[in-house]
Design a protein around this ligand. Structure first.
Ligand SMILES: Cc1cc2nc3c(=O)[nH]c(=O)nc-3n(C[C@H](O)[C@H](O)[C@H](O)COP(=O)(O)OP(=O)(O)OC[C@H]3O[C@@H](n4cnc5c(N)ncnc54)[C@H](O)[C@@H]3O)c2cc1C
Length: 380
């Protein structure tokens, strides 16, 4: 059969793009190397609890178009992300706000908190002097002082990056927002929530009526097409949401990522394990960065619970690439691949792997809608 588009990747980017192109009258075939659709937003129902299989996913956006768009495919609940951080026997609210300051210093009013924070920053700056921060530790100390840095930033950041904060560049932390209100809402966006029934349902609806082949990588698919010769399906264009360096057979070298290992456990007969969906562990000695208790995302009524421990790790080829490492080397390497990509007439690169970019879900939907609009304009 002759299709208008081969879409590589059934994640949010690929699914939104396919949905829009199908609506505009184009024919699409979607393939994914995984055995399921939805990419990293994939959720699986266990004992009545929708488990976020690739890490906690909280939908938040200030973009009304995107909020209305996802609202067509799911009803969102009123979940507000309010993580807590455990440091030894101590427990703090995040993001840094009056609750955090009260826990750290016993202060009660914004004025007391500001004064204490200013003192912390002043004594850190006195020790560090006036020059540019040489590393992430110095940057964090200048922004929030020693207490917050040591209890809530240092260990967590070192686990995330697998390096000491003194060996990490200062630019990783540009700002550390603090709030002088008793507000534990992690995000500042206008809209926030979790799709009732899980994210997989959204992608199922997006891909409704579109043929999808799972467990099939782009390379395998192309080899199959070649073997079939004139019998093979053909495509006018390709949307590729896999790794851009892999697409080009790593001809300029490999882009680097950070990976994560998820350890998911069903705790039968435990109704409520930690009382919150997201609990961060900020000490370096504890090997995981956070524990997710999935039932709290959708206020599930199950007598059991499911928790996931999240372990960051060094990425090597073959591991799941979760976070791009946007340092100088990788950014320069990506630019070389992007130059090749820009010269392609019939291949579009999109999504977090195709564009080597950390994208929140709302941003990935926005980017896919923009790319689809551009294609549809070209069809007219
Ligand atoms: C741990 C974690 C937590 C996150 N939390 C949040 C959050 O709270 N809120 C938020 O807004 N965003 C969050 N995100 C971001 C969110 O996951 C992404 O925005 C979104 O998944 C990106 O969609 P995508 O389609 O670009 O990529 P993906 O979801 O990765 O989809 C790409 C698909 O392509 C497939 N593929 C890749 N290569 C090939 C190939 N060669 N052949 C065939 N198929 C291929 C993959 O199997 C995958 O299914 C989080 C991300 C991570 C890693």
């Amino acid at each position: 059969m002759r299709y208008d588009y081969l879409i590589v990747g059934a994640g949010l980017y690929g699914a939104v793009f396919a949905h829009e192109l199908k609506k505009a009258g184009s024919s699409c075939l979607v393939i994914d190397k995984r055995e399921h659709i939805a990419g990293n937003v994939y959720t699986e129902n266990m004992s009545g609890i929708n488990v976020h299989m690739y890490g906690a996913h909280i939908f938040h956006t200030s973009n009304k178009r995107v909020w209305q768009y996802v609202g067509q495919f799911a009803e969102f609940n009123n979940y507000i992300n309010s993580p807590v951080a455990v440091y030894g026997d101590e427990l703090y609210n995040l993001p840094f706000n009056m609750n955090t300051f009260h826990g750290l210093w016993g202060v009660k009013t914004p004025e007391q908190a500001r004064r204490k924070l200013d003192e912390e920053i002043a004594s850190a700056r006195e020790l560090l002097g006036d020059g540019e921060p040489a590393n992430l530790e110095q940057q964090a100390l200048r922004l929030v002082g020693r207490d917050i840095y040591e209890k809530l930033i240092k260990g967590y950041t070192e686990k995330q990056w697998g390096r000491d904060c003194t060996d990490l560049p200062a630019f990783i932390i540009r700002r550390l927002p603090v709030r002088f209100t008793y507000d534990n809402n992690y995000f500042n966006d206008r809209y926030q929530g979790i799709p009732m029934g899980g994210y997989t349902g959204i992608v199922e609806k997006l891909l409704d009526g579109i043929p999808v082949r799972l467990g099939c990588s782009y390379k395998e698919f192309m080899a199959e097409c070649e073997a079939k010769g004139s019998e093979a399906d053909t495509f006018a264009k390709i949307l590729y949401t896999g790794m851009i360096d892999e697409f080009y057979d790593y001809r300029f070298g490999e882009l680097e990522y950070r990976t994560l290992k998820f350890e998911t456990e069903m705790l039968t007969g435990v109704e409520n394990y930690q009382g919150n969906a997201v609990v961060n562990y900020t000490e370096r000695q504890i090997p995981y960065t956070r524990i997710i208790e999935h039932k709290h995302f959708e206020y599930a009524k199950s007598p059991d619970t499911v928790i996931t421990k999240e372990y960051p790790g060094k990425w090597s080829k073959g591991d799941e690439p979760y976070y791009p490492v946007n340092d100088e080397r990788n950014s320069a390497l990506y630019e070389k691949y992007k130059e090749l990509a820009d010269s392609e007439r019939d291949i579009i690169f999109g999504g977090r792997l195709g564009q080597y970019k950390y994208y929140d879900m709302d941003k990935v939907i926005e980017a896919a809608l923009d790319a689809a609009d551009k294609e549809i304009e070209g069809l007219m």
